[in-house]
Design a protein around this ligand. Sequence first.
Ligand code: ATP
Ligand code: MG
Length: 509
Amino acid sequence: MVICSSCDKENPDGFAFCGYCTAPLAKQPPRPALEERKVVSILFCDLVGFTAASEQQDPEDVRARIRPYHARLRHEIERCGGTVEKFVGDAVMAVCGAPVAHEDDAERAVRAGLSILEAIAELNETDPDLDLKVRVGINTGEAVVALGARPEQGEGLVTGDVVNTAARIQSVAPVNGVAVGEQTYRATSRVFEYEPLVPVSVKGKAEPLSLWRAIAARARLGTDISRPYKTPLVGRELEKPLLIGTFERAAQQRSVQLVTVVGEPGVGKSRLVAELLAYIEAKPEITRWRQGRCLPYGEGITFWALGEIVKAEAGILESDSAEVAAAKLEAAVSPEEPERQWLLQRLAPLVGVEAASPAERQELFTAWRRFLEGLAAARPSVLVFEDLHWADEALLAFLEYLAEWSQGVPLLVVCAARPELYERRPGWGAGQRNAHTINLSPLSDQETAELVSHLITTTVLNQELERAILERAATRSMRRSSCACSPTAASNRGETPWRRRRCPRVCRR
Ligand SMILES: Nc1ncnc2c1ncn2[C@@H]1O[C@H](COP(=O)(O)OP(=O)(O)OP(=O)(O)O)[C@@H](O)[C@H]1O
Ligand SMILES: [Mg+2]
């Protein structure tokens, strides 16, 4: 391709003049391939025994058999935010983390792997002749990513050892199982249940690879909060007592309180909520603590976070069948509840069980509120909704309804959200007498330095790296405070700091 310098249109190689504007086409130096190193998660999935079986079949039949399988695989991968890089016969290679990177790419890849297993089971159920079996392998690590590659046109997106190792992991994965390498396991062990597999040797690697089999997603996701924090809390002398005080108010006055902890990614929202959990755990009285996380991707996730809370209450696991989930839900609703059947029917969709009769949104809201009030009536309860900026409009409406209409029970609803929540819903919580916002601004330079020094003492680093990190932290906080996106600069311009857009360039916050 030659790009015309006059009209920017693409012309085939060998053209002397532009086919669009007739300007002479200068010989262009070859465009440098734009590449970037990124941490990605690679998923390989291959059908077991399919090649041997297809050798005896007509190619048309093979293609017809494999088409719904390919379509379904692509659907499951894309649903979790992955990109299909290529289909090779009956195998697929997909990438999570390129071209678009997310903070939870490893988690997305494992979710895609587990959904593929479910999809295969469904395909087999619809057509038992298919008898499909797969092995899925996932590996996470640094790869070279070709920027601007078009995988839908067969262009390679990622290369590197991480890809070859993923293929190797796939080849030794259990039949109808998802095997993951060490980095994927470490990034997601809080989110999924795993069992160790026998380590395998790989060409070119001295040590055998440690492998795990992903069993199921844990019902209690809430990954951020259950993460153990190794460093002490720095700063937040005002915000921590504010959050604890609001909990005490809910508990002592038997009232419902809604707190939204707002701040930029990584500023410490989940950490602050974890401080509340530590406070509650240290108290002699028992408090119910339930947490759910809003997911940025996937279907049927409108009330996912609320579903997690109800599932955790009923002890329902992701791996439970609909019948088991329904039985556990029944056991979780008191037999004394006057409208028990009505309540069970309305709660069922939250735990993935189909209700006998559909209900209007308002009726669902009433039932869910009743259930949560029932929990809080028994003992003080805290419901945490992590990553509320990803919540669907309907979940936000429910939480506001819950905070507005529930009365007389000790219930604290804590939401952690990035500022974009207010871009989508400027009036979130506004005007509600029991709604509070805790705005977390970045730690001060001194606090940042303190945090970094704690991190360094808990991690073994070489001196050079340690010096580089400290220098970087110092520069970052200098840039931050001088950048046009800083809270001070924003308020000087008359903007509300939490409604600022993400800094486009200077400090990359
Ligand atoms: N005040 C603090 N003291 C000590 N560590 C902190 C503090 N604030 C944040 N951290 C640490 O920084 C990391 C990121 O914090 P955290 O996960 O709470 O951010 P977040 O605001 O919830 O981000 P996200 O929007 O991505 O969920 C964590 O390891 C946390 O322990
Ligand atoms: Mg968080």
